[in-house]
Write a protein that binds this ligand. Structure first.
Ligand SMILES: [Zn+2]
Length: 229
């Protein structure tokens, strides 16, 4: 089973790297296993060069479990552990530096506009976690509050973190987030955009309810908001 998960992580690493989400050795991924240990990517490894050896099993304190191994856990593993602590419903954490989402993360404002139905439906409002120096407690603590409402969070002046119940949904969410930010960037350049109307947003809220989509999302419209959790 762990081998299948490792193969999935290798595939996702390749695909996100190809899309420019993880330049150099940026980004780190983890999966929570049934025994409450984690599989996580090693520090310093390009995500298009992941191997089964560079995906390490650790406990929830961040200590490596399997002796093998020349690799060490990601330097951001504290942030992943914090995410699993505050969100017992999730099994996957992906952290990356996609260009457009990182651009908006460096403005430091929550993204509250409803423009694309898929982004509103799957992600809702996208909050910003206050800046913390990478690999410090400041960064790992910064995600606690935004993860209460959302599965996709911008890390101020840094990148993004996405959480989900499985790898497939986590990959979808990070791709939806980056696509949305790319469109938003283009609309800002055009200096115009057309937002979804309240009734269009309400239909998406009903769709999210009837499809019983898992995960958390805060959908805002006019002066109203609805929290899915
Ligand atoms: Zn990072």
């Amino acid at each position: 089973m762990n081998d299948i998960i490792k193969e999935e992580l290798i595939r996702i690493g390749n695909e996100l790297w190809m899309q420019g989400f993880t330049p150099a050795n940026a980004g780190n991924f983890s999966v929570k296993l049934a025994d409450n240990t984690l599989l996580c990517t090693a520090t310093g490894v390009s995500k298009n060069q992941l191997t089964k050896k560079s995906i390490i099993r650790i406990d929830l304190q961040g200590n490596p479990i399997d002796e093998n191994n020349d690799f060490s856990p990601s330097s951001e593993i504290k942030m992943h552990i914090e995410a699993y602590k505050c969100r017992p419903d999730i099994r996957v954490v992906l952290h990356a530096h996609p260009i457009y989402a990182t651009t908006f993360a460096s403005i430091g404002k929550d993204l509250n506009d409803n423009i694309l139905p898929e982004a509103t439906l799957q992600l809702g409002s996208i909050p910003v976690a206050k800046y913390g120096t990478p690999s410090t407690n400041d960064l790992s603590k910064s995600i606690i509050k935004p993860l209460q409402t959302s599965d996709a969070v911008l890390l101020e002046n840094h990148g993004v973190i996405v959480v989900a119940e499985n790898l497939k949904m986590a990959q979808f969410k990070i791709e939806i987030l980056e696509h949305y930010c790319h469109v938003l960037y283009n609309l800002n350049n055009l200096n115009q955009s057309k937002r979804l109307t309240d009734s269009q947003v309400l239909q998406l809220i009903e769709l999210r309810k009837s499809n019983k989509l898992p995960g958390r999302a805060l959908i805002k419209y006019s002066n109203e908001e609805i929290q899915f959790k």
